[in-house]
Design a protein. Structure first.
Length: 219
């Protein structure tokens, strides 16, 4: 084989490899864009289920802003916090949080927390959990995620925010405990985060009043 033939063959292979790399990169980029678009559509659908339209009168997706650094929970790197407002008053914040310790990887959750530091609603918007087991965190598969509505940071929250198997309040799934544990830890962490960053999120100081105090005052 002459040097010219070898050179042409090498050049052909290099061009083929370059073209193939370009195609793979283009497909990966298109796939990534499609995934992000799907997540955005899931966010939009979830928002309508998370918070009552009576509690806000603003365009919530227009309020997106970088959330403060997280201490108790992992925030999505792709999505900022949102604010629901009624007039000038922030009635709820909506966070996209990530449970990094799901059975099959990250679980992305959209959670709305009201100004009384209670969960208005939560929806899983992306996950890879096992079909028939861990995927029961998805509202399309079961109503489990709705059980967190109204959950808050009462005096016993450190104990309550666990699966029943661990002495807590929330159900686990038969044959799948890792997934609900991950979601519960992350939603609890979201409330702790909202409490510690209340001023930035709700645009006013946080005045902590425990449920026991309210009960003793007859409120």
């Amino acid at each position: 084989m002459t040097q010219a033939v070898i050179t042409r063959s090498t050049l052909t292979l290099a061009l083929f490899a370059l073209g193939l790399t370009g195609i793979v990169s283009m497909v990966a980029l298109q796939t990534a864009d499609a995934i992000e678009e799907a997540k955005q559509r899931a966010r939009e659908r979830s928002l309508a289920e998370l918070i009552s339209t009576d509690s806000y009168d603003n365009r919530i997706f227009d309020t997106e802003f970088p959330a403060p650094s997280a201490d108790f929970v992992k925030l999505s790197q792709h999505t900022g916090a949102l604010k629901a407002k009624l007039g000038d008053r922030v009635t709820a914040v909506i966070l996209t949080v990530v449970a990094p310790d799901g059975y099959s990887g990250d679980i992305e959750i959209m959670v709305a927390i009201n100004s009384e530091l209670a969960i208005e609603g939560a929806r899983v918007i992306a996950h890879k959990e096992t079909p028939g087991l861990g995927d029961k965190i998805d509202i399309q598969k079961s109503a489990w995620i709705t059980y967190f509505e109204g959950a808050n940071l009462d005096d016993d929250h450190e104990v309550r925010w666990r699966v029943k198997k661990d002495g807590g309040e929330f159900d686990q799934f038969t044959g799948a405990t890792i997934t609900p544990r991950a979601v519960i830890r992350t939603l609890h962490g979201s409330l702790l985060y909202a409490r510690d960053h209340y001023q930035a999120l709700f645009e006013r100081p946080f005045i902590e009043v425990s449920p026991k105090t309210l009960q003793s005052e007859g409120k």
